[in-house]
Design a protein around this ligand. Structure first.
Ligand SMILES: Cc1ncc(C[n+]2csc(CCOP(=O)(O)OP(=O)(O)O)c2C)c(N)n1
Ligand SMILES: [Mg+2]
Length: 770
């Protein structure tokens, strides 16, 4: 029925769980309330069986119904087959997760659902092993919750999957990882995907033994109901009781109607294979078994089938009716405007044609209505008639409504939004002495860990030595290995560990050792974390803090500042770029009070620079989106952030010596960027502006320029061209000279600013190099 809806043009795309029903029913029997699912687009039967998806909701998603009550998984934002449970209430606060069947919102990229499984399972481990968390009964019953993962056979070739299997074994977390094996990945058979064509066979080395920890591996045929029930129950029991991860390889599954509504499987499956699939359809085999065992008669089963068909059809019709009804008010008001316009305007014919076009559009959408009214307004441009006002109001309303429909909830909309955290200034004792910057962070983390047992920190070298720059030094000893922990070198699943833990009520600080290695985790950051609140329209959140360090120190893969990569791919995650460790500590304090997710990039070359520890180290906060003027001036505004602040401040001092007064602004956070347009005030004063950072040309500096010149409207106040300063096109070469001649330095800043002055007053500021 779903396929038909697509072919009839009522839906755009369809992907379904046919051929994989039976193991999902068996898996649902092992699933208990409070357990978690992290799966993919084939899991419709599992969701039905859990009672977390109604037939009507299933069709509503196919039609892209934007009403969250009709389509609770994504409110029309995700294509069908992307399931989710709403884990947050209307105010964005956690529901009682223990009483949910908690399906994490699916993503389309194959294996994209896997990294977060590490954190979802890790949370159970912490809730069980850390007695301080035993009171947290909104999130866990002492870690008894099992994570049920699902993945297709072909997707097990992805690095994410293989990385995660290893991490599960290392961490010993309660995960039941099911693989739906239908021998294909779209058109490509298993020989191309998997060594020996058999994923459970090649994973045998992970099998636990009496003396070694590992995974429990199971293999079962997807049409054998009794075996499926037994194995899923056994796997869940082992995971729940012992926190041993297990992997259930479900073979001999089929794909009855092909991969999706795009393309037909007759093109790539042989006649024999298609025949085999028909004979091994798990529903057919199930039916045979029911008859054989005399659990039901043929007539009874036929009656069930007939009834099911009728139920599904009724649900489909109801969903379609509701979808169309949701369009009706906008359609009717658009029609009313067109009617009035026809009456009032002298362009009656063309307006009538427009109306007719909309009237005769099959299943008109809001975009059809918007196009029509916008075009109508163009025809009315030379007329002074009252309907124009109504038409403009209609467009404004539909814009506002559609912003809400399609653009809300990119960040937290709850009262815990990072933007709502109260700013508290750092306070200092009069005799506060200077310490290494890393000690400021250490004091901040110490205060945080002692304040809240749900705060945890992990990453490569974070545990025993307290991170490579020692901001967690001594904190593992003080708070234990469950709170401050080393991980393997596996950036993608470190982020997954953070996402999953955050989705279960913990407050993880996940560390990526150097900013350059964020690339290894980028897919999970951009596809999963960044989109989570948005793709569920505020139904789920993962308040994860990602800590990393970068911008500048030494070497091609340790000094990077790939800001445009982050800006371009991680909207939905705030991006904080503190210039020193005190500002960084203030950001950690802000974020730990909020339910947003953010990336904090500390200055790699700042850990040994001297700073004072604020007296209120655990309480002071630095607000997001509020730039700071770190040097006042009157001639040129320089907008920068992070490690560049010190370089620009140095240049500003040198410029002062030749009579140029520079105002230096540290933007502090790139996402959000200067919420109250404060940089504009500076440009209004100086009328000249330079945007400087360490990213490549056209990257972070161009972004800041667009924000200030275009968005804040600084263009109107400029007396000189706006300029940017960035690194060279390539990564920084090794050594001090490699750095100096790749990254912007004080001399570059000096020249850029000087040239701006020289442009307006060449006599006072003659060309330096002629
Ligand atoms: C990262 C990524 N690459 C490619 C695709 C396109 N794609 C969607 S499903 C699919 C095949 C997946 O096969 P399998 O994992 O066996 O799952 P099945 O659909 O067979 O259940 C491919 C290649 C994708 N969604 N994501
Ligand atoms: Mg497959």
């Amino acid at each position: 029925m779903g396929r038909k809806e697509v072919f009839m043009g009522k839906a755009k795309f369809g992907i379904f769980g046919d051929g994989k029903e039976l193991p999902q029913i068996a898996m649902a029997k092992a699933f208990r309330r409070g357990d978690i699912r992290s799966g993919y687009y084939r899991d419709q039967t599992f969701m039905f069986a859990l009672g977390e998806l109604t037939l009507e909701q299933f069709f509503a998603q196919l039609y892209a119904h934007t009403d969250v009550d009709a389509e609770p998984a994504s409110a029309g934002r995700l294509m069908n087959g992307h399931f989710a449970t709403r884990a947050l209430d209307d105010k964005g606060q956690w529901k009682d997760l223990l009483h949910l069947n908690y399906a994490i919102s699916d993503v389309s990229p194959t294996a994209g659902q896997i990294p977060r499984i590490i954190g979802l399972g890790y949370a159970s481990k912490l809730y069980r092993q850390n007695p301080q968390l035993h009171g947290q009964n909104q999130f866990s019953n002492k870690g008894n919750e099992v994570v049920f993962g699902t993945i297709g056979n072909a997707a097990t070739s992805e690095g994410m999957f293989l990385e995660a299997v290893n991490a599960m074994g290392v961490l010993q977390i309660p995960v039941v990882m099911a693989i739906w094996d239908d021998d294909y990945g779209i058109s490509v058979p298993k020989e191309y995907h998997t060594t020996k064509g058999d994923i459970s066979k090649i994973l045998q080395g992970y099998q636990r033994t009496e003396t070694e920890e590992g995974l429990e591996l199971f293999k079962v045929k997807g049409w054998d109901y009794v075996a499926l029930c037994k194995i899923f129950r056994e796997a869940a029991n082992i995971s729940r009781k012992l926190h041993v991860p297990s992997l259930v390889h479900v073979t001999e599954l089929t794909q009855q109607q092909g991969h999706s509504t795009s393309g037909s499987q007759e093109r790539y499956k042989s006649v024999e294979r298609l025949q085999w699939e028909q004979e091994h359809d798990c529903l057919l085999k199930f039916k045979e078994w029911l008859l054989e065992e005399d659990f039901a008669s043929a007539t009874e089963l036929e009656a069930i089938e007939l009834e099911s068909r009728a139920t599904a059809k009724a649900a489909k019709n109801a969903a379609w009716k509701a979808f169309n009804a949701s369009m009706k008010p906008d359609f009717d008001s658009a029609m009313a405007i067109l009617d009035k316009a026809i009456l009032q305007s002298s362009h009656k014919n063309v307006l009538s044609d427009l109306k007719k076009e909309l009237e005769t559009t099959l299943n008109p959408l809001r975009s059809d209505m918007a196009k029509c009214i916008i075009k109508a307004l163009r025809h009315l441009r030379n007329e002074r008639i009252s309907i124009k006002k109504e038409a403009v109001a209609w467009i404004k309303k539909i814009d506002t409504d559609n912003y809400d429909r399609y653009s809300s909830h990119l960040y937290s909309a709850s009262s815990f939004s990072a933007l709502k955290v109260k700013a508290i200034k750092a306070r200092y004792k009069s005799d506060q002495k200077l310490v290494d910057g890393r000690q400021v962070l250490q004091a901040c983390f110490d205060a945080a860990l002692s304040r809240d047992p749900s705060i945890i920190a992990f990453g490569e070298d974070v545990g025993l030595i307290g991170d490579v720059n020692r901001a967690f030094a001594g904190l593992q000893v003080k708070y234990g290995e469950l709170r401050v922990t080393d991980t393997g070198i596996r950036e993608c699943t470190i982020i997954g560990q953070g996402i999953g833990a955050a989705m279960r009520g913990l407050r993880p600080i996940a560390e990526i050792q150097y900013l350059d290695y964020l690339v290894y985790a980028l897919a999970t950051l951009t596809d999963d974390l960044a989109t989570l609140q948005y793709r569920t329209r505020g139904g789920q959140k993962a308040p994860l803090i990602i800590r990393t360090r970068g911008h500048r120190l030494e070497g091609m893969w340790h000094a990077g500042s790939p800001i445009s990569m982050i800006l371009g791919s991680m909207r939905g995650i705030y991006l904080l770029v503190p210039r020193n460790m005190t500002q960084a500590a203030g950001f950690y304090n802000t974020l730990l009070q909020s339910d947003d997710t953010a990336l904090i990039i500390e200055c790699l070359n700042g850990y040994r620079l001297k700073e004072k520890i604020p007296d209120n180290i655990g309480e002071f906060t630095v607000p997001l989106g509020v730039p700071e003027v770190i040097r006042e001036g009157t001639d040129v505004t320089v907008v920068t952030y992070g490690s560049m602040c010190r370089i620009v401040m140095d240049a500003a001092q040198q410029l002062q010596e030749v009579g140029i007064s520079v105002e230096v602004i540290d933007v502090q956070t790139l996402l959000p960027f200067d919420i109250s347009n404060s940089i504009l005030a500076s440009v209004k004063k100086t009328n000249r502006v330079l945007f400087a950072d360490e990213d490549t040309p056209g990257g972070g500096s161009a972004y800041m320029m667009q924000q200030v010149i275009e968005k804040q409207g600084a263009y109107a106040y400029l007396d000189a061209e706006p300029v940017t300063l960035s690194s060279r096109d390539h990564r920084p070469a090794y050594g001090s000279d490699g750095d100096y001649f790749t990254k912007p330095n004080a001399e570059c800043v000096f020249d850029k600013v000087y040239n701006l002055m020289s442009e307006s007053d060449p006599i006072a500021f003659p060309d330096l190099y002629r």
